[in-house]
Design a protein around this ligand. Structure first.
Ligand code: U5P
Length: 227
C-alpha cells in the first residue's frame, strides 16, 4: 500500500481541444482502480487551456501577474470540480484550498482533488508541498511529455530525455524557465526545491490514464527523480 500524490498537468486534463467527459471518466476510472488496489491517493490538477485563455485576456487588459495567478487558480479549481464530478463517492464535493483540508479528506477514506493555492507558483509546487505535507511515498507528475528532458522536446528535436535525474539537477533545470502566470515549464522552480528538501520520490510520466495505471504497478516509462 502506498500513499501517492498525482499531479495532473492542465494540458492533460484540459487539452487545447477543450474538456471531454469521456476522457475525464477514463482518468476517474483509473484513479478508482488504483484506490481499489489499496493505495491512498490525492490528486492535484492544473489549469490547462482554461487558465491560459483567461490569463491572456486579463493580461491584455493590464492585470498584473498576481491577479492573473488568481485567475489561474480559479481555473485549476474548476478542473478539480470536473474530476470530482466523475469520481462520485470516491471523493467529496469540496475542492481543498489547504493541505490540512486535503489531509482531512484523505483521512475520511476519500480522494482529495485540489487545484492551486496561492499566487507565485504552479500546481507542480502545490503537488510537491502536498506530497511533503502528507508524507506521500510517491509523487507522480503526469505531463504532456513522457519525462524530463534537457530542453523542451516540443520545440527542440535534439532534446534528450533523462531516465534518472537528481533533485539538484532538477533544480538547475527549473532555474532556466520563467515563472510568469500561465507559463509552462518542465516543472516550476519551487516544486523542484520542495522535491529536493523533502527528498521526495518522484516520477515524471506522460499523463495518460494508461501510464498513470502503469506507475501504480511499478512500470515507469518516464523519468525517476531521486532525492
Ligand atoms: N497558479 C497559481 N498558484 C497555484 C496554482 C496555479 O498562481 O497554486 C496559477 C499560475 O498562474 C499557473 C496557473 O500558471 O494558475 C495555472 O496552473 P498550472 O496549470 O500552471 O499549474
Amino acid at each position: 500500500m502506498m500513499r501517492i500524490v498525482f499531479d495532473l498537468g492542465g494540458s492533460v486534463i484540459m487539452p487545447k481541444e477543450g474538456a471531454n467527459a469521456k476522457k475525464i471518466k477514463e482518468y476517474a476510472d483509473v484513479f478508482k482502480k488504483i484506490k481499489d488496489e489499496g493505495h491512498e491517493i490525492a490528486i492535484v490538477v492544473g489549469g490547462g487551456k482554461t487558465a491560459r485563455e483567461y490569463i491572456s485576456i486579463a493580461r491584455e487588459l493590464k492585470a498584473n501577474n498576481s491577479f492573473c495567478d488568481e485567475i489561474g487558480i480559479m481555473a485549476t479549481r474548476m478542473n478539480a470540480m470536473i474530476l470530482i464530478s466523475a469520481l462520485g463517492d470516491y471523493s467529496i464535493k469540496k475542492v481543498p484550498t489547504s493541505f490540512e483540508e486535503a489531509e482531512l479528506i484523505l483521512s475520511l477514506g476519500k480522494i482529495p482533488v485540489m487545484g492551486g493555492t496561492h499566487p507565485g507558483h504552479t500546481t507542480d509546487a502545490v503537488s510537491a508541498s502536498l506530497a511533503e505535507f502528507i508524507n506521500a511515498d510517491l509523487l507522480v507528475i503526469g505531463t504532456n511529455v513522457d519525462g524530463v528532458y534537457n530542453k523542451d522536446p516540443n520545440k527542440y528535436k535534439d532534446a534528450k530525455k533523462f531516465d534518472k535525474i537528481s533533485a539538484k539537477q532538477l533544480v538547475d533545470l527549473a532555474l532556466s524557465f520563467s515563472l510568469e502566470a500561465g507559463s509552462s515549464s518542465v516543472i516550476d522552480l519551487l516544486a523542484a526545491k520542495i522535491i529536493e528538501r523533502a527528498k521526495l520520490k518522484v516520477v515524471v510520466v506522460k499523463g495518460t490514464p494508461e501510464e498513470l495505471l502503469n506507475v501504480s504497478k511499478g512500470i515507469i516509462n518516464g523519468t525517476i527523480i531521486e532525492g
